[in-house]
Design a protein. Structure first.
Ligand code: ASP
Length: 554
């Protein structure tokens, strides 16, 4: 939506300007609280523009209001001809009146405080003799989800048009020079922050514990429950696969995509080597290779040692907390370009593989979704029987967050979101969630387990590879080890799948069949992974008396 309105720059028109903006905001469904703040800001901004508006003898000045709303974002721009002035000073003046105690009128004082706090959200510029004041606000927390889904839909439509209208050479050029590089840059930027995010968030959690035995008890509970849900998820994935039986030999002929970008990765899938490999031989390599298990080990050790240091404990604790905040902030910034990255990665896939192939793997996708539903049910059962809690509150509280983590497609990026849900909505104490959430982001990937089981078995069926007896057992072990070692970043599950099918003697090119829908699968995997982390955190918090029942039931 884009609406433009012009008014004579006269203070008597401020009310009409405010009314115009209010009506548009209401159309967009802005909440009342937000509405009042914005109206106040618009009123003030319009007043300051009118004060500085250039009026010539022959014509009175005009003030233009442009209101834009697109996919959850709303922006309001006010402009008028006039001399350059300092908006910040204008607003600061208003708020200082309160600080100096000049404001006798209490209403005026409150208004000044609000204006002072709003000044930061305004952008002022002066160009070609015109003063512009712009304010942007996000309509809803789901705006990001809408943008991501919009980017997905746009990529599918444009991908279809491009591949049927443009010559292959042009599509290849676009893919290799625009879409594939953007996708790679985005993935690299996420990989860049994975190691520090996991490392610092675990340390800053551990340093909060003054009692090591409590840390051990809570840690053991969390890890045992993570293991339990992981086993159940693998079982659910295998069970649902045999129930539905997706995958058929005709699909084998449809492989066209280049799987080399995925299959060049390797991972250790032997249990003994995994356990031995948890202890790194130096402190740099775990960061360089983003080896999650080694990073967790080092973080736990650092956290415990920091608590035991005495003299420097406080300084180091502050330092680790600051680093933790820093990397979570960086992750948040990277995630902002997610819609663009999703658009490019789907475009890249649409241009490299046909829609027919994508449609034909929908059977596997549907089976995978059923597995996720079954897993949701399992969490509810665990919450009832182990947590002794009513799961309806849990589901109702976490549902809006599920949409957010869905669009993030990364458990690591979702760490701050999940922590907020745990603390503010579910009522879990920081002591529990600051350990369980970062640990779960890496160790607990139930959605990924279901995905691996369903897709690996379906691809094996497609390529005529029998999976029975010891092959099945080794597949189960591999899924567990892979899911625990994989970082919570977008696309991690696809890399695990390529390792798994290679180990099962399924031709690695088979990965090309499922690459097209992996962005979407990855979002569902993440949603389920995070749901599992929060469900386990809730159960552990309840058992430790660290769950605020008032918040939980609210
Ligand atoms: N992206 C998922 C996550 O972060 C992992 C995956 O791709 O399976 O939880």
């Amino acid at each position: 939506m884009r609406k433009k309105q012009q008014y004579i720059a006269d203070k008597q028109n401020i009310g009409r300007i405010v009314d115009f903006v209010r009506d548009r905001l209401k159309e967009c469904g802005i909440k009342q609280k937000e509405l009042v703040k914005v109206m106040l800001t618009v009123e003030e901004a319009a007043g300051s523009l009118i004060d500085h508006c250039a009026v010539s003898p022959e014509e009175s000045g005009k003030i233009t209001v442009i209101f834009k709303a697109f996919m959850g974002n709303v922006s309001i721009e006010l402009s008028a001809k006039g001399e350059e002035y300092s908006l910040a000073n204008n607003m600061a003046l208003a708020s200082s009146a309160y600080e100096d105690g000049d404001g006798d009128d209490i209403q005026e004082s409150i208004r000044n405080i609000i204006l002072g706090s709003l000044a930061d959200g305004l952008k002022y510029r002066h160009k070609n003799g015109i003063n512009y004041i712009c304010m942007g606000l996000v309509r809803s927390k789901r705006a990001f989800l809408y943008q991501t889904l919009g980017a997905m839909a746009a990529a599918v439509i444009l991908g279809l048009i491009f591949s049927s209208v443009l010559p292959d050479s042009v599509n290849t050029f676009l893919n290799t020079n625009i879409f594939a590089p953007v996708k790679t840059m985005y993935m690299n930027s996420l990989k860049m922050v994975v190691a520090p995010v996991v490392f610092f968030s675990i340390i800053s959690c551990i340093v909060q514990f003054s009692d090591l035995s409590a840390l051990g008890r809570i840690g053991a509970k969390i890890i045992s429950l993570y293991l339990l849900t992981t086993f159940i998820a693998v079982g659910a994935g295998i069970g649902i696969f045999y129930l539905i039986g997706p995958g058929d030999a005709s699909l084998a002929a449809a492989i066209t995509a280049d799987a080399s970008s995925v299959t060049s990765q390797t991972m250790d899938v032997s249990i003994k080597d995994t356990i031995v490999g948890i202890i790194p031989s130096d402190i740099i390599n775990p960061f360089l290779k983003a080896n999650m298990l080694q990073l967790i080990f080092m973080a736990v050790l650092c956290g415990i040692a920091t608590g035991l240091l005495g003299k420097y404990s406080g300084t180091l604790t502050d330092f680790f907390s600051a680093c933790n905040d820093l990397f979570l902030k960086i992750t948040g910034l990277i995630i902002k370009i997610m819609p663009i990255a999703v658009f490019c990665s789907i475009m890249s896939m649409m241009l490299t593989m046909g829609i027919d192939t994508i449609i034909s793997v929908m059977g596997m996708f549907g089976t995978f979704l059923l597995g996720l539903l079954a897993m949701m049910l399992v969490y509810c059962i665990l919450i009832i029987f182990i947590g002794r809690l009513n799961p309806v509150y849990f589901v109702r509280k976490y549902l809006p967050y599920m949409l957010q983590v869905f669009s993030l497609a990364s458990s690591n990026a979702a760490i701050p979101v999940n922590m907020e849900a745990c603390e503010k909505k579910i009522g879990i104490s920081k002591k529990i969630f600051s350990l369980s959430i970062p640990l779960g982001a890496t160790l607990n990937m139930d959605g990924t387990c279901i995905h691996l089981a369903v897709f690996a078995l379906a691809l094996a069926k497609t390529f005529g590879v029998e999976v029975t007896g010891s092959a099945m057992l080794s597949m189960i072990i591999s899924i567990i080890v892979l899911s625990m070692g994989a970082p919570g970043i977008p696309g991690a599950g696809l890399i695990c799948l390529s390792v798994l099918i290679t180990q099962m003697n399924v031709p690695v090119e088979a990965i090309g069949l499922v690459m097209g829908i992996d962005s979407l699968c990855g979002m569902f995997r993440t949603m389920s992974n995070c749901l599992g982390d929060v469900a386990v955190s809730t159960i552990v918090a309840k058992s430790e008396n660290e769950l605020d029942m008032e918040i939980y039931r609210k």
